[in-house]
Design a protein around this ligand. Structure first.
Ligand SMILES: O=P(O)(O)OC[C@H]1O[C@@H](O)[C@H](O)[C@@H](O)[C@@H]1O
Length: 807
């Protein structure tokens, strides 16, 4: 493990090494502005007021602006524009087609509220603004918090997903309009998971950080999302991914390893050359500010007023959002168990529970909470006293701080929670009283506040015992515990969180070479070159290029779409098409040759060839000594017996050991061992090459490779008559030989399109990239006229200079 304590800290742009050429600007990207934009009934003037929630995130932006050398620009959606009544309650949504003058004025109002900070608001046109949140809040949020959704036909989800993509694209367009090389782009939260990759495709060298503010579930859970791959790949466009707790870091890396097949260490994900560092960087609060506010005289008065209401009682305090994960129900069960297990506390303890409504949970949870409160008060209360005081409403900041200050015990029983900032604020408010806090072990905060009393909220007896223990705790023990918590909270603040994120990002950029960024294929350029060329040559790899990688290699058969596009391509007399694969003759013959005789085939990485329109195969390795095969098989079999789910594919010449169906981490480990075993033995004895493929290890004679085949094919064209358009696509290390071969033939260099399938960050010699086989098919569809350029491209929304979506 690296010694992070010794990193030189990055407090501001001047701490960034000059070779990174930082601009000194941070583009901070959040889902909402810190201020809500609204009108009141019967008044046409726009107003702004502070938005509830995300206090820590917003104060990090404030810190950047007011206390550092960074120039920061906040890019955020305005959120729904609303009409409120005179008490500040929601009345209705305002159609957000706001005039340009009004937008400028409102932006100015927000900037003034933020003390002059620069903001670039995104205005999303149209009614029903909630739609921009639907996918994030109904699908992603649920999964991140382990909430299983009801099965559905997916139609609504599809519409939500469409809007999710559009929202991310709208952000990208706004960022592109202000981006300067050397800017750091810091993207926050699950609403914007696609954004890092969209930006990476536009700015290959951009410095991008992404922070996951919520929990990140086990890969077993995350895999339930139908868009799991897109979301993970979206995030991996960043150079740094930050999480709230070590468990979430582990889960995120494991999801990427298991669902995308990338390689990883406990702190890095490596996608063929690009290194994304994944780090646990729990957010803190602005301790100084909270402390200043909490100890103002007006708060002391409020504290006294609450104390006077319950003069002879111990006060337990809870403040939670009322949703499926904050554990209010569990808390009430724990409290009831406490009253029944320790009757001596009855009439001597009151639980003040404040709950704010939330977008998840809804009326069912509200009803259940009220029922439980009534039940506890009915069972343990008296005419003049109720043990639970439930306030289902938002409370003002001063009331909130007073509540945290007056408490004899804080009680947090969330069943899933990224970072519970109430808990951190509680510690600050208890600077003088030192009351203890009980914290759920399922909160991301538990990983940071190891000195709090931790409970399993599902164990109501355990919660009851912890309450009793805390109420009986000696003053010395309380002080000892508080001092540790206070030290933690005042050391790990929102300010240090910003510094740690920047330090880690810079450290990662320095450690790894990021110059290997491949731009997305310029499809309009490819189309125009294709159209103007008289002779064209297509060189396709098969697995992972024309078909997706699947668990069972024999199931990777061509789709109907692929067959149709290959047919259309091969019917054009200007086109010559070759599939150059590691597959054996039998497979290629059955699935390609028998369906379309106008395609040339090369099998087993160049060992066999069958030309366009020919019937027989040529064996280029006929005279090769094959005695190496038995030695390789012995080693393969040894590892197969010891790696559940692995198997050997025997081809006529090449041999492949597959571990796609094995546990990915164990499989990868065994593959490393196997490879080194072969390199120490067989590869020293024979002229063979050991190759690492996608969840496989292959061995074949050295003198043949895909590059040699490509050279042969191009050289068959007479001098001066070389093809004017060469489209060569592949996804694997073996395909790099093809890319190198066509790039090294000077006469054709201007006409070649070497395209790698994979992320832009993939280490490759190709000039362009396409994300996956579906993208490859769309591109072929474009060339044959079956797909429109707008469908084949990344697709984007039209957005004007103010950031408004216009279509
Ligand atoms: O070169 P391609 O088409 O990507 O194939 C690579 C490998 O892909 C695997 O899926 C096949 O089982 C192997 O036989 C093959 O060698």
């Amino acid at each position: 493990m690296e010694d992070r304590a010794n990193y030189p800290k990055v407090y501001g742009p001047s701490d960034i090494p000059s070779d990174l050429k930082a601009s000194g600007r941070i583009i901070n990207v959040t889902v909402n502005l810190p201020y809500q934009i609204y009108k009141t009934e019967n008044d046409d003037a726009w107003k702004v007021r502070q938005r509830r929630g995300n206090a820590a995130l917003f104060s990090s932006n404030e810190y950047l602006n007011k206390e550092t050398e960074w120039e920061s620009i906040l890019v955020a959606w305005t959120g729904e524009l609303q009409t409120l009544d005179n008490n500040g309650n929601f009345v209705g949504e305002i159609d957000s087609n706001v005039s340009e003058e009004e937008k400028t004025r409102i932006t100015g109002m927000v900037e003034t509220e933020l003390g002059g900070a620069k903001v670039a608001p995104i205005w999303l046109a149209g009614k029903n603004q909630k739609k921009w949140r639907s996918y994030s809040e109904n699908i992603i949020w649920q999964t991140l918090h382990y909430i299983q959704r009801e099965a559905s036909d997916g139609r609504q989800e599809k519409q939500w997903w469409y809007n999710y993509v559009k929202l991310n694209e709208a952000y990208s367009d706004m960022i592109c309009s202000i981006y300067r090389p050397g800017d750091i782009i810091w993207v926050h939260d699950y609403y914007l998971m696609l954004l890092p990759q969209i930006l990476r495709m536009k700015y290959s060298e951009a410095y991008i950080a992404f922070f996951i503010h919520t929990p990140f579930p086990s890969s077993e859970y995350f895999r339930c999302l139908s868009k799991r791959k897109e979301l993970l790949e979206g995030i991996l466009g960043a150079n740094l991914v930050g999480t709230q707790s070590y468990a979430y870091t582990r889960h995120f890396i494991s999801a990427c390893t298991r669902l995308l097949g990338v390689q990883s260490t406990p702190t890095y994900i490596s996608t063929n050359g690009a290194h994304v560092s994944v780090d646990t960087l729990p957010i803190g609060i602005n301790t100084k500010l909270v402390e200043k506010l909490a100890f103002e005289p007006s708060i002391a008065e409020k504290v006294q007023a609450i104390r006077d209401l319950y003069p002879d009682k111990k006060i337990i305090v809870g403040r939670d959002r009322l949703d499926n994960v904050r554990g209010v129900i569990q808390k009430l069960h724990g409290f009831e168990t406490f009253l029944s297990m320790y009757p001596e506390w009855q009439q001597k303890v009151v639980l003040i529970q404040v709950t704010a409504s939330s977008y998840s949970g809804g009326s069912k949870i509200e009803r259940k909470t009220s029922e439980l409160v009534a039940h506890i008060n009915g069972s343990y209360g008296q005419l003049h006293f109720s043990p639970v005081h439930h306030y289902p409403r938002h409370i003002a900041r001063d009331e909130y701080l007073a509540l945290l200050s007056v408490a004899d015990l804080g009680l947090i029983t969330s069943v899933r929670d990224g970072m519970n900032t109430t808990c951190l604020e509680y510690v600050v408010c208890q600077k003088n009283n030192h009351s203890p806090i009980i914290l759920s072990e399922f909160s991301g905060t538990a990983g940071s506040l190891t000195d709090a009393v931790q409970v399993n909220p599902w164990d109501s007896v355990g919660v009851a015992q912890a309450i009793n223990e805390c109420l009986l705790m000696s003053d010395e023990r309380k002080t000892e515990m508080h001092n540790k918590l206070y030290k933690h909270v005042t050391t790990n603040t929102v300010q240090s969180w910003v510094v740690d994120n920047m330090t880690r990002l810079v450290r990662n950029l320095q450690r790894h070479d990021h110059s290997h960024i491949t731009p997305g294929l310029d499809r309009s350029l490819a189309l125009s070159k294709y159209k103007s060329a008289k002779d064209r040559l297509f060189l396709f790899d098969y697995d992972g290029t024309l078909t997706p990688i699947v668990n069972d290699p024999s199931a990777a058969i061509p789709s109907a779409k692929l067959v149709r596009y290959l047919k259309l391509l091969s019917e054009d007399p200007k086109n010559v098409i070759w599939i150059i694969s590691g597959r054996d003759e039998a497979f290629l013959e059955k699935w390609i040759g028998e369906v379309n005789e106008n395609i040339g085939l090369s099998a087993e990485h160049g060992c066999f060839m069958k030309g366009v329109g020919q019937e027989t195969w040529e064996n280029l390795a006929e005279k090769t000594d094959m005695s190496w095969q038995n030695d390789v098989l012995d080693v393969f079999n040894y590892y197969t017996e010891r790696t559940q789910g692995s198997h050997v594919e025997r081809k006529r010449i090449a041999l492949t050991w597959h571990y796609r169906r094995a546990d990915p981490e164990f499989g990868a480990f065994q593959a490393l061992e196997l490879r080194s075993h072969l390199e120490q033995t067989v590869a020293k004895k024979y002229d063979v090459e050991v190759m690492t493929g996608k969840a496989n290890i292959e061995v074949r004679p050295k003198f043949l490779n895909k590059g040699e085949i490509v050279k042969t094919l191009v050289n068959e064209y007479p001098e001066g008559k070389k093809p004017e358009f060469i489209f060569c696509v592949g996804d694997d290390k073996t395909d790099e030989d093809m890319f190198m071969a066509i790039k090294n033939i000077p006469e054709i260099a201007d006409h070649v399109f070497p395209v790698v399938v994979g992320l832009s960050s993939k280490m490759t010699t190709a000039n362009w990239h396409l994300i996956d086989p579906a993208n490859v098919l769309d591109t072929l569809g474009l060339l044959v006229g079956a797909v429109d350029i707008s469908e084949a491209g990344s697709g984007s929304v039209d957005i004007n200079s103010e950031g408004s979506v216009t279509n």
